[in-house]
Design a protein around this ligand. Structure first.
Ligand SMILES: Cc1cc2nc3c(=O)[nH]c(=O)nc-3n(C[C@H](O)[C@H](O)[C@H](O)COP(=O)(O)O)c2cc1C
Length: 323
């Protein structure tokens, strides 16, 4: 399968694993890259730039295929050591970076000087156009269905992807709600050059997270995600649980008076407890609506092979019969 994305990244299939906090470690990134997709290590999950450097090395020991690093620019009271993380990425010899959260303006010149290809993940066409203007090489378009931060516009990929096809010159991939061969073909039909998946890759054997998290994903339906933190203009799509119910209750009670500290207990620093210890009710964690379409825990290779077989069969057998 060849698209502008497989060519740009030097990968076999146009399938990308999005950066995921406390999920995107070397085990998952290397498994995705070894299976022909693009695996991504999440920079800010590593406590320091030195730890990121070591994680990049560890990943290189597990795959000889291209992999990327995700660097998110999210609102924070204590910003991480971005110069340090960028240096670790460059000195680690990583050639592809996925940026997200805010545009990578400040770092574009540095990335370009280092010969790094930048794919920027965003949730609106206006932000995609800004990223293209800044010199980003590709766009990952996160529709309203997505896990994590869908932005504040609430526009799904059925609208965003055709807009990308009309307005962008750089390649772009569909992110949010992508799960199987049918999603891949749908994304390609709408003009995309591939797809990005988050939630689907969590429910794989190699995802280095607790079995309880994978089981919760398999058990959940498409009605089990919630949007939280909207009053703080930092909307996040998460899997409903006790902590999420508490956040929603606090949001209702405090209305526009709410501040981050009112929900910090459920939101801040909770990922290790959930992903590592399996305490899935102890805090909020990102999850996409696509959770309703996930009912097994294959290996990454089984998943990617299955997607490719399904996509080929739709393109070669199902669609031609309609002509
Ligand atoms: C548990 C989890 C953590 C995530 N953490 C990040 C992150 O740290 N940085 C980021 O850019 N995106 C993050 N995302 C978003 C994914 O990279 C991806 O854009 C999203 O999952 C796509 O939607 P999908 O889950 O429907 O496939 C996260 C997603 C999940 C499920």
């Amino acid at each position: 399968m060849q698209t502008r994305i497989t060519e740009l990244f030097g990968i076999k299939y146009p399938i990308v694993q999005g950066g995921m906090h406390h999920v995107g470690f070397a085990e998952l990134a290397s498994a995705v890259s070894n299976a022909g997709g693009l695996g991504i290590i999440t920079a800010l999950t590593q406590p320091t730039p030195e730890a990121l450097r070591a994680e990049i090395e560890r990943c290189r020991g597990m795959t000889d295929k291209p992999f990327a690093v995700n660097l998110a620019f999210l609102p924070s009271t204590r910003p991480p050591d971005y110069p340090g993380y960028v240096k670790a990425i460059i000195e680690g010899g990583v050639k592809i970076v996925e940026t997200a959260g805010n545009n990578p303006k400040e770092w574009m010149a540095t990335f370009k000087e280092a010969g790094i290809v930048v794919i920027h993940k965003c949730t609106s066409i206006r932000h995609a156009l800004t990223a293209e203007r800044l010199g980003c090489d590709a766009i990952s378009m996160d529709g309203f269905e997505c896990a994590g931060h869908p932005g504040e516009d609430d526009v799904t990929n059925l609208i965003l992807l055709p807009l990308c096809a009309q307005k962008l010159k750089v390649p772009f991939i569909a992110s949010g709600g992508m799960v199987d061969g049918a999603s891949l073909v749908a994304a390609l039909s709408l003009g995309a050059d591939g797809m990005n998946m988050g939630t689907r890759f969590m429910a794989t054997k190699e995802a280095p997270i607790h079995q309880n998290v994978k089981d919760a994903i398999v058990a959940a339906t498409e009605r089990d995600t919630r949007l939280i933190l909207r009053p703080l203009r930092n909307t996040e799509r998460v899997l409903v649980n006790e902590a999420v119910e508490r956040v929603i209750e606090t949001e209702k009670r405090l209305g526009s008076e709410i501040t981050f500290s009112d929900v910090a207990k459920e939101v801040a620093g909770v990922y290790p407890k959930i992903m590592k210890n399996g305490e899935v009710e102890s805090g909020v964690w990102s999850c996409g609506q696509v959770v309703g379409l996930i009912d097994d825990i294959p290996t990454v290779k089984e998943l990617i092979d299955r997607i490719v077989v399904q996509a080929r069969s739709i393109i070669k057998e199902r669609l031609p019969r309609m002509l």
